[in-house]
Design a binder for this molecule. Structure first.
Ligand SMILES: [Zn+2]
Length: 355
């Protein structure tokens, strides 16, 4: 994918159940799931407005009835057929867009309401990826399996145990997602110990938000100490190899040093923070100075079904930062350096830099 002078062929922070690729198949997934019992909520005769309708449905995803919002996507990813189709379609469309590597984040615990086990959920997804990769062998798509952090520490350990027994060629790691404010990272220390014992790579959604989005606005001055504390916990106690979000990294010399020393990748999602009103301006993230300090930061879309996609987000950031060619190259290289899966050869122009 070429955009704003970026040659971006990798994304490692993208949620499968919040991906733009779902847009074209959502009505079919609804039909497979609900038959004629429940109508798809959008006017199918106005496809040009479909994306806007979906965006309006989600609004600010941190506010309102999250369960109802995600019933649109996760709600129809409850059987093997729809899960297979979602993964197949994601892999196919990403390959056609020029991506060479993607790590799709998915929390199987939210796809078991139709009777599937978590293992069956993962198997259906992998089957979809495998079949699509047969037609598009140039792309590698892997699963980064997420635990929704509202579960008990014991349940998180059970889930990670299951994920460690799935096909490890495609399950490349685990992460922790959802409400960081109510469930700070230390809650799941034991889950990360289990992941380490099982040899799984470890990521964590951290330093994203720590306030109550329904009652308060994000406030850096108020939130910074807790955001920093959570990052420190994830880096040191959870032993993560990749921090997802970590949007205050540029505000702490101590954490910048720690991130560099531990060589932890950082996947930021500027378009996501604008959509969730965590920041007002992408310049807040200080991406240019982080790159100039050689911190392994890369940029991603998060949930581009209802947020800006990679190309929209990169265009926006480039207008704000006016990145140099070197900074643009680092954004791509850092994503390749900090990816978890290594089934296929990397693009030739960076292969020698990844050894
Ligand atoms: Zn995310």
């Amino acid at each position: 994918m070429n955009t704003a002078g970026f040659s971006m062929d990798i994304e490692t922070h993208i949620h499968l159940d919040g991906s733009r690729e779902l847009l074209t198949i959502l009505p079919n997934l609804h039909r497979i799931t609900h038959g004629t019992a429940r109508e798809y909520p959008f006017n199918q005769y106005k496809w040009s407005e479909h994306l806007d309708q979906v965006r309006r449905w989600f609004g600010n995803p941190l506010k309102g009835d999250i369960v109802k919002k995600f019933s649109l996507t996760t709600g129809v990813l409850q059987n093997s057929d729809t899960l297979y189709l979602a993964a197949y379609n994601f892999t196919t469309m990403r390959a056609r867009k020029g991506f060479r590597y993607c790590e799709a984040i998915m929390a199987p615990q939210y796809s078991t309401f139709g009777g599937l086990t978590e293992k069956q959920v993962v198997e259906a997804l992998i089957m979809g990826i495998k079949d699509a990769e047969k037609s598009y062998p140039e792309i590698e798509v892997n699963l980064l399996l997420a635990v929704g952090r509202e579960v008990s520490p014991e349940e998180a350990v059970r889930l990670v145990g299951i994920y460690s027994e799935c096909d490890r060629d495609y399950v490349v790691g685990v992460t922790l997602v959802c409400d960081e404010a109510k469930h700070p990272p230390e809650k799941h220390l034991i889950m990360y110990q289990t992941a380490k014992e099982r040899g799984l790579n470890k990521a964590c959604h951290v330093s994203e938000w720590v306030h109550d989005p329904e009652a308060q606005e994000a406030d850096l001055k108020r939130d910074l100490p807790q955001l920093m504390k959570n990052a420190r916990t994830a880096l040191i106690d959870l032993g993560i190899e990749r921090a997802e979000h970590f949007r205050i990294l540029g505000y702490s010399a101590e954490l910048m040093e720690l991130t560099a020393d531990l060589n932890v990748g950082v996947t930021m999602c500027p378009g996501s923070y604008l959509s969730t009103e965590l920041i007002r301006d992408v310049k807040f993230l200080r991406i240019d100075s982080l790159l100039d300090r050689n911190l392994p930061v890369s940029l991603h879309s998060d949930d581009d079904l209802f947020m800006p996609n990679m190309s929209e987000m990169l265009d926006h950031c480039d207008r704000a930062y006016k990145f140099t060619d070197e900074q643009k190259f680092k954004l791509r290289l850092n994503a390749w350096k900090t990816r978890f899966g290594k089934r296929k050869p990397v693009p030739q122009d960076i292969a020698h830099l990844l050894q």
